[in-house]
Structures are given as structure tokens and as C-alpha cells.
Design a protein around this ligand. Structure first.
Ligand code: PHE
Ligand code: ZN
Length: 884
């Protein structure tokens, strides 16, 4: 910890490793307060390097012994400083035996080897292996691993590592061992071990080629009733990767282990994926529809990494999106395919774009903006961002949009053919896509190197005489830190045209023979005009269909045109988009009205449009739910130059309340018509109905009647699943019912008691309160004193502190700055325990420079106060960048 500037690592400073490793043999003697690690590593000089120095990383290690080719080394045979152990003048072939001691019981960072509920786990991505032993902890050093684990048999009956179990047995004094061999070469960040008292659900599963593999889902005792969904998800993932990309599981055994203390979502360690419990455990009693969907997608994500990440990995951490963007794209496609319907695919797409806009667009417009392939970082853990993941996935999606599904598949095939077993770069991926399709994609590279969300302006001109429509597209990209000038991107813009009756007009570009309902225009210049021919009437334009590029489209359309799209567009995404744009227009105007103390009103045509959507039973309930959900406060803020969070909240609440009252009968009807009686099934059809029904409930609770409060209370009491129960309780707490009816407080207490032994549900209990606009900062402070609250468990810390600071605009941005002081205080506390999680909390203040002056000042005060303290490198980087 220090107050100084951390060192900045530059992408262009990359040099090849001086020595490569072909094999490492690891032995662990596991004990909480002193685990001894012995590593025998075979190094070979890398002919591509002219350095003869072996460089090993190490952090928080006690070095016991180091032996090189049979000889014990003493300083100055080696040097140890700044977390590096260096051995100069090493010969071509070196075998190093290194003994170290580590203290898992003292490890609260959850990186390296640590303890959770008495069991041992590791987390090595990105740079955690160096907390286990001295090693070239960089992804371009790939080796085969043999791992032997020794431990007390009673305390740690289960001993797992990557690959195949090759030996195990009992030892004197109640001890035992297990030996694992991973035949595939891997970088150190994919190493994992798990040891403890765990149980598993297992199954053998037949692959497409007829091979049988063993699948296991490991959990703590008492959780076996919560593993079936993860197991099903794993089997679906395996089958999907075979059928969609022809990629097979390469191991005889594939394990998933759930751990309750985990910094992130899950980790793709080879053959031994380690998951945050929240992405494994599910049954109707504890998990919501959203949880079920998340589990399927994260299980898929980690499984898909086996090829895109493990078999082909990253040369250096600047290439992180090579594996993450690609794997997110793959999990998005998997989830979309799993819905089994076009409307299901659209729902998934809308949700993904909503996340992108809600989190990535602000990131790209703030102090942490960075390219999909960053140029520099101080702490790599800070770069596991929505830009790397979600924008990265959009970049991969654009290849598919430009090359077609078959072309994309060809590119993937070539990528694996060229790079299997290697550590490569984003440029290698681009080259495979280009070469497999005989296309020059050099301009596309700018999506990797330039940060910021491009703006695309569209202007149209219809010529009735010649029956042509000219579309003029121009692009620009705002400056981002370190990048003032931007070159034009290659942007695929999917366009469709609707006639006055809402029917598609085939799109044909002048000079081309093909006409199609949706045409992808390739914008490559700063400004470009496309002429569409055979357009019989002035059409309504449906632009950027299915969100064909991660850009902000600026296209003036009248309310009438948007209403026409909302009613008729065949592209479900744009149908939703039209509704959002209609709402956004009004929300921005209402926010101004709030700030200027003008009366608030909502026009009838808009209310009627909402009614039409709500009562349109031919439209999938899930799509209706999305269409009737107003743009979030964050998304509204994104559209404003100066952010007044509470004015935004007031405006949005006004709109919701007005829609609630004006459509009360229709909401009632939607509620009744979308009940899902009978056994709970987490399938998209039922989940969609529940979502619409619960949205209706949340609107109804804004009407001024206590009847609806009772309706919600009944739903809570009668629910046979967590989705309905949580939705009822959340709406009750977030609306005014809590103040009106003492029963609500009782329900809140009932919920706690009922699920006291289900940590994931207690997280929900904390979140539903911390995100409520009715929860004051005093109540948050009280909740911090609750015996179930702890900083040590990231899920718990997130549910309360992040819930409040990130997702409670109305309360967090209190005029007196009390929210910011709260943030500063607990950020510092958390930073001493877990820097990685603290640095995420630090990002609450990303947008502070855009706040209204009355908030900017207290926010800056809080930031400066934090900045004066000793901070981890993680948090220091964020605070410095936010203030700069
Ligand atoms: N690589 C993991 C994933 O996206 C994320 C992760 C990063 C987990 C760092 C832990 C630590 O699947
Ligand atoms: Zn990933």
C-alpha cells in the first residue's frame, strides 16, 4: 500500500519470455496457517530471446529453498526484489526446485490460495499464481502440470486439481494424497486446486464422437438439491459447442466447483471450473428466473473458454478481450439458441444491449475509458471491464454480421487450425477471420485500438420521382483519455424499410442485384451516402436493426414514425427500441421540467401506445415486459450533459405513476392473465409471463390504493417460487406500501428468518433494501450492523454497499453528500481486506465530473479524502483516473 503513483505497464513494451517451461511438477502440503509448496520446473531457453536471465514472479511468499540443476542457490546467485526473483546467466536447460510457504488463512484478497468456509480454493487469473510459488506468471508461458496434494483426510476428504486423477491413496497419521495430471499445456492463470469437505452430483455423458466423459458439480454438504440446473446447463453447453462450432470436450473429466467467497462470477481453470455459488446453486425455493438464466449462461461461458481461452489463450493481458469478448459472444449465442424461439432470441439481444448501454457506454465516456485492447494499465484486475467483455462481444458479433454465420464459422476453424495450443493476439483473430473469408479487414482493427462509443448520424432523403431513398451516414467518435483524434471505423449498419401499412419494402442498394428485407450497409468513411432503389413510397426507416454495431445512432424520427415502428417493425429489437426512444424523449423533457419546477405532464398518444403494447396479447409476454420497462435512471443520465440524479429519479417515478394510474385496469388484466399456476418451471415462456405479471404488480403498487398492497402480500404468501416471492417483496418495499402497512415490515422479517440458512437469499434480502428509493442512509447504516453483514464475503459486500452506491440513485446522491461520505468510509475499509472488490466500488464515482455543481463538490471532497490515504494499487489507479 502506498500513496505514490503505481507503475504503468505498456502494451508495446511486450517482449518474449527469456525461458519457456515444458513441465511443472507441484506438490502441496495443505494446512491453513502454513501450506508448503514445492515446485519442480523444467525451463528451456527461448531461442527467440537474447536474454539469459530467468525471471520469476512472486508475491507474499516465504522462500524456503531454491535449487538449480541440483545446486542450492544463495544470493547473489539470484536477486529478489519488486516481486521478482531473477537468476542471471542461466544455461539452456534448467531444472529449478523451489520450496515456498504460504498462509491461506491470512489471505483475504481471494487471489492465490485461500480458505472459504474451511475449504481450500485457488484463484490465479490474472496474476494469482505468483502468490503460490515463484514462476513466470505470464500467459505466454504454457506448460503441462502434474499436481500432488497432501492433506488431512478427515478435514479435506476431497482433493482436486486440473486434468485427470492418476493416483490417490492413504498415508499414515490420517493423511491422504491425490495426484493429478493435466496433459494440455496451459498458462499458470489456469491452474487450480480445491481441497475440502465437498460433495458432488456426477454423471457420465456421451460426446458426439461416442466418448464417455465424467461430469461433476461439487458443492458444500447440504447443497446437493441445488446442483441439477448447473449440471443440465453443462450438458447443454457441451452439446451446443459441438453442434454450432464443432468443438469437443478434450478431457475425460470436467468439474465445476462452487465457492461462496469469490471475487468474480466464475473461472475457467482447465477441467476444474470454479464458480461463485450464485452461478451454480438453484432450486425454485432459492433462485429466481433470472438466476436460472444466469447460471446457464455462466456455465456455458466457462465451458466455452475451454477452447476460446484455454486451448488458445492470450499472449499478454492486453489481449484479454481475445478470450473474453469471444467467449461472451459465444455464451450470448448459446443462451439465445437455448430459448428456442425468435422472440426468445430478441429478448436476449435486448437484455444484452441494455447492459451495454447501462454500463459500457458510461465507461466508454468516462475517466476509465479504454480500447477493447488497452494500451496500458497499472493493475490488470481493473481491466476486467464491460468494455473488454461486452463491447468485446459486440466486436466479435460484428464479424458475424459482416461475414455471415458461415463466414464466421470458417474464420473460427482457421483460428483453431493456426493457433491451437498457443498464446496469441487479437490481431491473430482478426487475421484468421479475414484470411478465411478472403477479405481485407484492416480497417476493422480500429475497433480494438480506439476507445469511445462512435456516434453515427443518419439523414434520409426520399426522391419520389426516381423512387430512390438516399441515406447519408456520418460518423464521429468523442475523445477519450490519451486519444484525441479518431479515424473512421468500419461500421455495419443493418437497415430495413416499412411501408405505410407496416409491410417490409425490400432493400436494394443501387448497383446491386440483391434485395432483402434487411440490408447491411458498410460505413467506412467519415461521411457516405448510400442510394436505395425501387422504393415505391416514402418509407419509415428501421435503422441499426438488431443493434448491428455498438454505436449511438443519431437519427431524427417523428413520434409518428416511432409509433409506426413500435407497432409494426419485423425486427423485434427495433420495435422495442422505438418504444424506448418515445419514452426517453419524454423522460428527458420531464427531468428538465423537474429541475425548472415546471408542472409535469404526460401526453395521451404516449399513454395510448403503452396501452396498445400492454394489451397486445399476440406479443410475447417477455417482449411486452421489456417494452413496458422504462429506460433506467443510468441510461437517462447517459443522455444528459449534466447529471441531476434526483431529478431523473423524480421524472421517471412520475412517468411510472402516471402510466400506473392511467392503465390501472389494463395492468390488473395483465396481472391476472399471466399467472403461472402449477409446478414452477424456469423455462422462458413461464419466466416471460412472470416477468410481465410482476411488472404489472410493480406498476399497480404505484396506484393510490391499499388493495394492491394486499394483492402483493398475498402473492408473497402464496408463491411457490423465489421469483414471485422476491418480486412481491421488492415491489412492496420499493413502493410506498412499507410506510402504509405494518405487514410489509413483518414480511421482510419473515423473509430473513425463512432463508436465514441460504446465504444467496440473504444477499437478495440485503439488495432489495439497499436499492430501494425508500431506504434512507440511516437504514443502510443499521443494516451494516446486522449480524449477517460482513465485508469479507464479496457477494454480501456487494449486496449492501454496491447496491446502495451503484443502484440507489435517489438516496446515494443526497444533497448533503452523506452518500459520498458513506462511500469513502467503506471503500477504505474494504480496500484493506480485498483490493479487487474495493476497486470496483471505487468506480461508483466515475461520472462525478458530470454531476450538477451541488453534487460535484461533495463528490470531489470525498474522492480527495480517499486519495490522501494509503490505497492498494487497484484502488489507487481508479481514484487517480477519476480525479485526473
Ligand atoms: N476469466 C473469468 C471469466 O470471465 C473471470 C475472472 C477473472 C474470474 C479474474 C476470476 C478472476 O470467465
Ligand atoms: Zn470469461
Amino acid at each position: 500500500m502506498n500513496t505514490a503513483q503505481p507503475e504503468t505497464i505498456q502494451r508495446l513494451d511486450y517482449t518474449v519470455p527469456s525461458f519457456l517451461v515444458d513441465h511443472i511438477d507441484l506438490t502441496f502440503d495443505l494446512a491453513p496457517s502454513a501450506t508448503s509448496v514445492s515446485a519442480t520446473t523444467r525451463f528451456k531457453h527461448n531461442p527467440a530471446s537474447d536474454s539469459r536471465e530467468i525471471v520469476l514472479n512472486g508475491q507474499d511468499l516465504e522462500l524456503v529453498k531454491i535449487v538449480m540443476n541440483g545446486r542450492t542457490l544463495e544470493k547473489p546467485d539470484y536477486a529478489l526484489d519488486h516481486g521478482e526473483l531473477r537468476i542471471p546467466n542461466a544455461p539452456d536447460d534448467v531444472t529449478l526446485v523451489i520450496d515456498t510457504l504460504v498462509r491461506p488463512d491470512k489471505n483475504t484478497s481471494l487471489m492465490g490460495l485461500y480458505i472459504s468456509n474451511g475449504n481450500f480454493f485457488t484463484q490465479c487469473e490474472a496474476e494469482g499464481f505468483r502468490k503460490i510459488t515463484y514462476y513466470p506468471d505470464r500467459p505466454d508461458v504454457m506448460a503441462s502440470y502434474t499436481v500432488t496434494l497432501f492433506a488431512d483426510k478427515k478435514k479435506y476428504p476431497v482433493l482436486l486439481s486440473n486434468g485427470n486423477l492418476v493416483d490417490q491413496g492413504d498415508l499414515p497419521k490420517g493423511r491422504h494424497f491425490a495426484k493429478w495430471e493435466d496433459p494440455f499445456k496451459k498458462p499458470s492463470y489456469l491452474f487450480a486446486l480445491v481441497a475440502g469437505n465437498l460433495v458432488c452430483q456426477e454423471e457420465t455423458f456421451r460426446l458426439a464422437d461416442g466418448r464417455d466423459v465424467l461430469l461433476q458439480v461439487w458443492v458444500e454438504d447440504g447443497n446437493l438439491d441445488k446442483t441439477p440446473h448447473a449440471m443440465e446447463s453443462l450438458k447443454h453447453s457441451i452439446a451446443w459447442d459441438e453442434s454450432r462450432f464443432g468443438l469437443e470436450l478434450d478431457l475425460d473429466r470436467f468439474m465445476i466447483v462452487a465457492v461462496s467467497d469469490f471475487n468474480m462470477g466464475a473461472m475457467e481453470n482447465k477441467g476444474l471450473n470454479i464458480f461463485n455459488t450464485r452461478y451454480v446453486l438453484a432450486n425454485p425455493r432459492i433462485a429466481t428466473d433470472q438466476d436460472y438464466a444466469n447460471i446457464e449462461s455462466v456455465v456455458g461461458h466457462e465451458y466455452f473458454h475451454n477452447w476460446t481461452g484455454d486451448r488458445v489463450t492470450c499472449r499478454d493481458w492486453f489481449q484479454l478481450s481475445l478470450k473474453e469478448g469471444l467467449t461472451v459472444f459465444r455464451d450470448q449465442e448459446f443462451s439465445a439458441d437455448r430459448t428456442g424461439s425468435d422472440s426468445g432470441r430478441a429478448v436476449k439481444r435486448i437484455e444484452d444491449v441494455r447492459t451495454l448501454r447501462q454500463v459500457q457506454f458510461p465507461e466508454d465516456a468516462g475517466p476509465m475509458a479504454h480500447p477493447v485492447r488497452p494500451d496500458s494499465y497499472q493493475e490488470i484486475n481493473n481491466f476486467y471491464t464491460v468494455t473488454i467483455y461486452e463491447k468485446g462481444a459486440e466486436v466479435v458479433r460484428m464479424y458475424q454480421t459482416l461475414l455471415g454465420r458461415d463466414g464466421f464459422k470458417k474464420g473460427m476453424d482457421l483460428y483453431f487450425k493456426r493457433h491451437d495450443g498457443n498464446a496469441v493476439t487479437c490481431a491473430d483473430f482478426l487475421a484468421a477471420m479475414a484470411d478465411a473469408n478472403g477479405r481485407d479487414l484492416s480497417q476493422f482493427e480500429l475497433w480494438y485500438s480506439q476507445a469511445g462509443t462512435p456516434r453515427v448520424k443518419l439523414e434520409s432523403d426520399y426522391d419520389s420521382l426516381n423512387r430512390t431513398l438516399s441515406l447519408t451516414l456520418s460518423q464521429s467518435c468523442p475523445p477519450t483519455p490519451g486519444q484525441t483524434e479518431k479515424k473512421p471505423f468500419l461500421i455495419p449498419i443493418a437497415i430495413g424499410l416499412l411501408d405505410a401499412h407496416g409491410k417490409e419494402i425490400p432493400v436494394r442498394v443501387k448497383g446491386s442485384d440483391n434485395a432483402s428485407d434487411t440490408c447491411v450497409l458498410e460505413l467506412t468513411q467519415e461521411k457516405q451516402t448510400f442510394t436505395l432503389v425501387d422504393v415505391p413510397e416514402k418509407p419509415v426507416i428501421s435503422a441499426l436493426r438488431n443493434f448491428s454495431a455498438p454505436v449511438i445512432l443519431e437519427f431524427e424520427q417523428t413520434d409518428e414514425e416511432l409509433l409506426h415502428l413500435l407497432a409494426n417493425d419485423t425486427d423485434s429489437f427495433n420495435r422495442w427500441e422505438a418504444g424506448q426512444r418515445l419514452a426517453m424523449r419524454r423522460l428527458l423533457e420531464l427531468t428538465h421540467a423537474v429541475r425548472e419546477n415546471r408542472p409535469l405532464t404526460l401526453d395521451k398518444p404516449f399513454i395510448d401506445a403503452f396501452r396498445t403494447v400492454l394489451t397486445n396479447t399476440s406479443l410475447d409476454p417477455a417482449l411486452r415486459e421489456l417494452a413496458l420497462t422504462l429506460p433506467s435512471e443510468t441510461i437517462i443520465a447517459e443522455k444528459m450533459d449534466e447529471i441531476d440524479p434526483r431529478a431523473i429519479h423524480t421524472a421517471r417515478q412520475f412517468m411510472r405513476k402516471t402510466l400506473a394510474n392511467a392503465l390501472e385496469k389494463e395492468w390488473q388484466k395483465a396481472y391476472k392473465n399471466n399467472l403461472t399456476d402449477g409446478e414452477y418451471r424456469p423455462i422462458p415462456q413461464d419466466a416471460g409471463k412472470r416477468a410481465l405479471k410482476n411488472l404489472a404488480l410493480s406498476y399497480l403498487l404505484l396506484c393510490d390504493s391499499t388493495d394492491t398492497c394486499h394483492m402483493a402480500i398475498d402473492q408473497y404468501r402464496q408463491a411457490n417460487n423465489m421469483t414471485d416471492r422476491l418480486a412481491a417483496l421488492t415491489s412492496l418495499v420499493h413502493s410506498g406500501c412499507m410506510q402504509k402497512l405494518p405487514e410489509v415490515k413483518e414480511l421482510l422479517e419473515h423473509f430473513y428468518k425463512e432463508y436465514e440458512n441460504e446465504p444467496l437469499v440473504i444477499d437478495k434480502w440485503f439488495s432489495l433494501q439497499s436499492t430501494s428509493p425508500t431506504t434512507s442512509i440511516e437504514s443502510i447504516r443499521e443494516l451494516m450492523e446486522h449480524p449477517a453483514f460482513t465485508f469479507r464475503n464479496p457477494n454480501r459486500a456487494r449486496s449492501l454497499i454496491f447496491g446502495f452506491c451503484h443502484n440507489n440513485m435517489a438516496q446515494f446522491h443526497a444533497e448533503d453528500g452523506s452518500g459520498y461520505e458513506f462511500w469513502a468510509k467503506y471503500l477504505l475499509e474494504l480496500d484493506r481486506i480485498n483490493p479487487q472488490v474495493a476497486a470496483r466500488l471505487a468506480r461508483c464515482m466515475d461520472q462525478y465530473k458530470r454531476y450538477v455543481p451541488s453534487l460535484r463538490q461533495p463528490a470531489e471532497r470525498a474522492l480527495k479524502q480517499v486519495s490522501k490515504q494509503e490505497l492498494s494499487r487497484d484502488t489507487r489507479e481508479i481514484i487517480n483516473k477519476t480525479l485526473s
